[in-house]
Structures are given as structure tokens and as C-alpha cells.
Design a protein around this ligand. Structure first.
Ligand code: CP
Length: 327
């Protein structure tokens, strides 16, 4: 445990450029590897006083278990204090206060805002109306960059590399912000993607265009069978998100379209790692949990370390400073 006084080492956040994390697309390959290295440091030494005296605000306009609690755990482990809300109905937004006013108010109280919002682009907008860093904790169906950092950390830990992997994305590829963010981040690492989705939930055209522009190989499937997943390195399952459907009949038609069962894993690669951003509903049978290839609970735990790295990075604390303080 260290007694690092942040204000002696970094500029006041108001003097810094805005270091918000709005989309993972802003991160270069070098920055992603740097953040993985920082997460590794925090996995070895989760507790410090790196953020002592800082206040982290968690503003969740949509439900969350993992993202909010792991950000709050990360902040607590770094010695920061946490304010915020998980129920927007209990805030003045229910009286008609705008997002802009809410962000400007909270900026008077906190050094970082971690925000989840149901509107795509809300995090970008928030970052434009304040000088303090905004961390996008999910904006509608758009992006979930902190999830992507923990996904990348999990992939790196289990595969020993991010390069040249066969990554199978399964389920709701239309509304799934985690798969959209992961796809963008992996552009640096020569992946081959397999998109497995029913027609109603196919990967949106804009992301397929992105793949073609970036030279990312992808194959689309509608079947989810043992044969199709036989050469997967990463099997990334997703939930069909009821809350994103305007037509609930359509949700009923597709909600149980793919279920991963333990017997489907018999012929898969030994290095296969099964990820899921969670929560799960029916898409992974419970018998998979005991399979050594199931990694989704460890993946969620990795969220604390990845988010400690994010909180430090947006405040301008460098990897060298982290290493020095934690050593
Ligand atoms: N993975 C994820 O975003 O989970 P929560 O919705 O529980 O935060």
C-alpha cells in the first residue's frame, strides 16, 4: 500500500486536455497494449491510494450490476470516494432536468463521471459539455469501451496474445454494444470474426462496412453447431436484449435461438475460451459453467483491474507512475 499524493504527480484535471473514454475506436494498438499492461499491474496490486482525494461519480441511467459495481470497486480500491445514482427516477432528471445540466452539476462535485445512458451518443455529448473526463459505461446499442478493455484483457490472459485469433460472436449482434466495441478494438490484431446471429439480429451493415474498410475478415452464419465452432479460439456469447426490442413478438421469436450446451464443446480447441459480458439469460446452459473453457465469471472479475487502469488513465496517471507506486 502506498501513500502517493496524486496532486503532486499530475496536473489538476481542469488544466488537462479532456481524456474521456467515449469509444474504443480512439485507442491505438499501442494504447490498448499499454492499458492491458496497466490492468496487469492492478491485478497484482489492486489496493493503493493512487486516487486518494478524488471523487468518482457513477451516473447510471440504465440498469447495471457488473459495470457499476466493478467501477465502484475499482475506485474504492484506489482510495477514491464514490457518489452517484443507479435509479434515474430518484434524480432531478425525472423532473425534466436535461442531460447537459446534470453533467454540468455533477462536474462541480466529482473528478470523473462514469455514465451509462440509453441514448447512443450520450457519452460523446457529455464529454463535450464538461472539462472532467467522461467514461462511457454503455450508450444504447452503440459502444461499451470499458467492457472491451476487460474483454481484451481476458483474451490476452487466456490466449497469451491478441493476434490472429478466430473470434466467434454469437447472439444479438444487432443491438449488442459489447460486440460492436470489441470488433473495433480488434482491428489492430488481424482477427477472423465469425458472426452467428439470426436474420433479425445480424451484425449491422455499418460494422460490416467497417470490417471491410479495416481489412478485417468475417464470415456470417445463422446456424450455431459444434461443427461451426470447432476452430474457435474465442466464443463470445451474448444475451438477446429484451429491452432493445420495440416489437416484443419479435423478441419472443428469437430469444432462445442459440443455447450453448456443454456437449457442444467436446470437439473444440483446447485453448477455446468462452466469454460473455453477462448477464446471461438462457444462452449458456448451466452445465457449461463447470467446463474449464468457461471464463465469463473470471472475465467479470478482470473488470475491476481493467477499470482501475481506466480511472487512472483518464486522470493522466501513467503506467510508469503506476509501476513506481505499486512496486
Ligand atoms: N457487462 C455488463 O455491462 O453488465 P452490466 O449490465 O451488469 O453492467
Amino acid at each position: 500500500m502506498c501513500n502517493f499524493t496524486l496532486s503532486k504527480r499530475t496536473k489538476n484535471v481542469n488544466e488537462m486536455e479532456n481524456r474521456s473514454l467515449v469509444t474504443i475506436a480512439d485507442h491505438s494498438k499501442e494504447k490498448i497494449l499499454y492499458m492491458i499492461e496497466m490492468a496487469k499491474q492492478f491485478e497484482k496490486h489492486p489496493n493503493s491510494k493512487l486516487l486518494e482525494g478524488k471523487v468518482v461519480a457513477t451516473l447510471f441511467f440504465e440498469p447495471s450490476t457488473r459495470t457499476r459495481l466493478s467501477f465502484e470497486t475499482a475506485a474504492n480500491r484506489l482510495g477514491a470516494r464514490v457518489i452517484g445514482f443507479s435509479d434515474p427516477k430518484a434524480t432531478s432528471s425525472s423532473k425534466g432536468e436535461t442531460l447537459k445540466d446534470t453533467i454540468k452539476m455533477v462536474s462541480n462535485y466529482a473528478d470523473i463521471i462514469v455514465m451509462r445512458h440509453y441514448l447512443e451518443g450520450a457519452a460523446r455529448y457529455a464529454s463535450e459539455v464538461t472539462n472532467i473526463p467522461i467514461v462511457n459505461a454503455g450508450d444504447g446499442s452503440n459502444q461499451h469501451p470499458s467492457q472491451t478493455m476487460l474483454d481484451l484483457y481476458s483474451i490476452y490472459k487466456t490466449q497469451g496474445t491478441l493476434e490472429n485469433l478466430n473470434i466467434f460472436l454469437v447472439g444479438d449482434l444487432k443491438y449488442g454494444r459489447t460486440v460492436h466495441s470489441l470488433l473495433m478494438a480488434m482491428r489492430h490484431f488481424n482477427p477472423t470474426f465469425h458472426f452467428i446471429a439470426p436474420d433479425e439480429l445480424k451484425m449491422p451493415e455499418e460494422y460490416k462496412i467497417y470490417c471491410r474498410e479495416q481489412g478485417i475478415n468475417y464470415v456470417e452464419h445463422t446456424d450455431f453447431t459444434e461443427e461451426i465452432i470447432a476452430d474457435a479460439d474465442i466464443l463470445y456469447m451474448t444475451r438477446v436484449q429484451r429491452e432493445r426490442f420495440t416489437d416484443l413478438m419479435e423478441y419472443e421469436r428469437v430469444k432462445n435461438v442459440y443455447i450453448l450446451r456443454n456437449k457442444m464443446l467436446d470437439q473444440t480447441r483446447p485453448n477455446l475460451c468462452i466469454l460473455h459480458p453477462l448477464p446471461r439469460v438462457n444462452e449458456i446452459a448451466y452445465d457449461v459453467d463447470e467446463n474449464p473453457k468457461a471464463y465469463y465469471f473470471q472475465q467479470a472479475q478482470n473488470g475491476v483491474y481493467a477499470r482501475e487502469a481506466i480511472l487512472c488513465d483518464v486522470l493522466g496517471i501513467t503506467l510508469d507512475q503506476v509501476k513506481e507506486i505499486l512496486s
